[in-house]
Design a protein around this ligand. Structure first.
Ligand code: ADP
Ligand code: MG
Length: 722
């Protein structure tokens, strides 16, 4: 089909425009609500004799001395003298033009944070320009930005947005009074103030968001979030999903824990133990339970009951199944699929990576194929012919279970009767992708949705972020696991670690060695996976050392992974591609290089790849401090948390403590309508207010409520429904 020519008036976006779009800054109101991270005071000059450590200061003076320090990290040292004192300016990256601008005798204006220390007053990488020139009349806002988008451009864009945005109040003033907010701080006043605060404001009240203008914005944001969740919940409750009941099980509910032990053990008389005919007449999930090589844990039985209870209702399920790595979520997914299939419908299981999808597929096929279930398989890398066959199976409804990567959500995939969509490692999918799977409606029936995640959401957060989500939790590991011992070791002792690996491999064990991502663009001096692979290969003669990274072709990745799974490969060096879901019980040692660069939940996920078999397992966190004498505070807190706890819930709690809720959620819910300004813990009072006001607004002021949600969430509003 010929594509129509693009209308002549549509100009391609410029680089900065694209960057704005990437930041979600499309409408004037988006720009107006893009608030400064902090401010710089360029309204005055200070004298060096008056500054204290920690001050953000702007000073003017003459350069008296420059020198390039070699040894250790190369740096340019510049001594600035303003007649009242001197300050040392340190630059770690520099080039000839910078050196020229900072030659002895030049007069400059430098701006940065004052540090004290050994060499007297110091500024690291200060901003500078020639001395003289006008001073600013207001504080200069510094906005959150994306790579390549200059502050100056952003400042102009925000200013224009602010001038054009419609900013009339949407919250009745009576309701604002309830939380002590004065009409003086209308939305417009608050925004103007936060973008351009008067130079005499107490910066602390802006930094800690306690200023009334900030309070107003946080209250508004929370209200928008609560209203849109409430709306989404109401909309969902009005939708219809297939009620999944096996034709012969209408009188036999499967939603108590007791229904999730194999029938032969629980219900049938001992004489019926080997009776195949009796077995065959059992519902599918019962036959699967009976065929499993293990019994479900009590926690697994409980969540199975919760899920099957939802599946029997004609309202779409919207449930998150959370459980620590290794807690056994896959079998719960398989049992949910069985409930769906025995009711005569199709189930889809989507995993974020091809490796993980492959593993799930193998496992589910080994469980379900003997029970007569037909499974299809869809990924981006499969051959056209295989793909056509699979698509035919899916469209005809012959495939009862479909496993795959996001290839499943492509338009071409037509399910004949999809009733249950399961998303593994849901936080790794974009929200749009999750929505797309839900959009595969059959006869206007909405599929049930089960999302699985190994990273638990603390309860307080779940309540405020996901008013609209039911949560099932597996809070118990299968029996027989040996706890993983975690050691935090300095990079200098790498050789000892390698010696330890040699011993382990000789004992028939397998080892993961994880490196930070290969990012050539990053100037950071990371030992990348390729180098480590070469080093380990040389140090471990006779041992098969494999390499896995995200830039390898899929076929190659699969080949490497299958050698490791089969036990032939002793050591697998990889970037974080093994992060999720891989299950190789014989692997008992995990080394994570540059552990200080990983996030806490990521470290915990990685560590979860070992400790899956009976052997004692260990995790070594190799860290490096680079040029600094010691690790930064948060990196240290993360590594300490890892050494002290093996429990995913405790780890999540610490993560929240270290990072704060905004970032905690931000890292895992990219694209979702997150709170940018409010903090559910700190602003609990405002949150409570927003929760009680949301239903009132929707009922009594529907037009204002709609305007408010649109203003705050705009196009993101639909994401809340995912
Ligand atoms: P995750 O929750 O991280 O996805 P998996 O589903 O991969 O965990 O399960 C981890 C391992 O534990 C798998 O090998 C699985 O077969 C096994 N497993 C699951 N449930 C049980 C159980 N109740 N008893 C024993 N082993 C189990
Ligand atoms: Mg898993």
């Amino acid at each position: 089909m010929p594509t129509p020519p693009a209308p002549a008036s549509v100009k391609p976006l410029s680089g900065p425009q694209k960057a704005l779009r990437k930041l979600g800054l499309v409408r004037p109101i988006d720009l107006a609500l893009h608030l400064p991270l902090r401010y710089e005071d360029e309204t005055r000059l200070v004298q060096l004799r008056d500054v204290r450590e920690g001050d953000l200061a702007q000073v003017e003076g003459t350069i008296r001395h420059t020198e390039i320090k070699l040894g250790g990290t190369r740096q340019l040292l510049v001594t600035l003298d303003d007649g009242t004192g001197t300050c040392l300016l340190r630059f770690f990256t520099f080039y000839p033009s910078l050196q020229k601008a900072l030659a002895v005798g030049q007069q400059i204006r430098a701006r940065g944070e004052i540090r004290g220390g050994f060499a007297g007053l110091t500024m690291m990488h200060p901003a500078f320009k020639p001395a003289g020139g006008e001073l600013a009349t207001a504080l200069t806002p510094v906005y959150p930005t994306a790579a390549g988008l200059p502050q100056a451009y952003l400042r102009k864009a925000v200013q224009a947005g602010l001038a054009r945005a419609e900013l009339s109040d949407t919250v009745p003033s009576d309701n604002l009074n309830e939380i002590g907010l004065q009409p003086l701080w209308s939305l417009r006043e608050s925004l103007l103030f936060l973008h351009y605060p008067a130079p005499d404001v107490t910066l602390a009240t802006l930094q800690d968001h306690s200023h009334p203008a900030w309070q107003r914005l946080k209250a508004e944001e929370l209200l928008a979030q609560q209203m849109s969740q409430l709306q989404a919940k109401r909309e969902r409750a009005a939708l219809v999903a297939p009620a999944l009941m096996a034709p012969d099980s209408r009188s036999a509910p499967v939603d108590t824990e007791a229904d999730w032990v194999p029938a032969q053990v629980a219900q049938l008389a001992p004489t019926q133990f080997d009776d195949h005919a009796a077995g065959a007449s059992q519902p599918l999930h019962q036959r699967l339970l009976a065929a499993l090589p293990f019994q479900l844990t009590a926690a697994q039985r409980r969540v199975c009951a919760e899920i099957s209870h939802d599946l029997r209702r004609p309202v779409p399920m919207h449930r998150l199944l959370q459980g620590d790595v290794g807690s056994g979520k896959t079998v719960v997914a398989a049992l949910a699929a069985a409930v769906c299939i025995e009711a005569g419908w199709q189930c889809a299981l989507m995993a974020p990576t091809e490796i993980l999808a492959t593993q799930h597929f193998a496992k589910l096929v080994s469980w379900l194929h003997p029970l007569g279930i037909t499974t299809a398989w869809l990924t981006g890398s499969q051959k056209a012919r295989e793909r056509r066959e699979m698509l035919a199976l899916i469209t005809s409804g012959q495939a009862q279970l479909v496993v795959g990567t996001h290839a499943i959500i492509q338009d071409k995939v037509q399910f004949s009767k999809l009733a249950l969509a399961i998303i593994d490692e849901q936080h790794r999918f974009g929200v749009a992708q999750r929505l797309a799977l839900r959009g595969k409606l059959v006869e206007a029936l909405e599929p049930h949705l089960l999302m699985m995640s190994a990273t638990p959401i603390p309860r307080t957060l779940a309540m405020s972020y996901y008013a609209d989500l039911d949560v099932s939790t597996i809070d118990e590991l299968p029996p027989g696991r040996t706890p993983i011992v975690t050691k935090v070791i300095h990079e200098a002792r790498r050789d000892e670690v390698i010696a330890r690996i040699r011993v382990q491999v000789e004992q028939g064990r397998q080892i993961y060695w994880v490196c930070p991502l290969i990012e050539e663009s990053e100037a950071l001096d990371l030992t990348n996976a390729t180098e480590t692979h070469a080093q380990l290969s040389a140090a471990l003669p006779g041992v098969m050392v494999g390499l896995l990274h995200s830039r390898m072709p899929v076929a190659e990745k699969k080949a490497v992974m299958s050698l490791f799974t089969a036990g032939q490969m002793g050591v697998l060096v990889s970037t974080t591609v093994i992060e999720v879901g891989v299950d190789v019980p014989n692997a008992s040692l995990m080394v994570i290089e540059h552990a200080e660069r990983f996030g806490l939940s990521q470290l915990h996920q990685l560590r979860g790849r070992v400790g899956r078999g009976a052997a004692a397992s260990a995790c070594v966190l190799l860290y490096s401090t680079g040029d600094a004498p010691r690790l930064g505070e948060t990196a240290r807190a993360r590594l300490r948390a890892m050494a002290e706890s093996n429990d995913g819930f405790e780890i999540a709690r610490r993560d929240l403590e270290i990072r704060g809720p905004g970032e905690f959620m931000g890292a895992r819910q990219s694209g979702a309508a997150l709170l940018r300004f409010a903090d559910v813990v700190e602003d609990a009072g405002l949150l409570a207010w927003a929760r009680q006001l949301a239903p009132v607004m929707l009922e009594q002021h529907p037009a204002l409520a709609e305007k408010h949600v649109q203003r705050w969430l705009g196009t993101k509003a639909q994401y809340l429904k995912a």
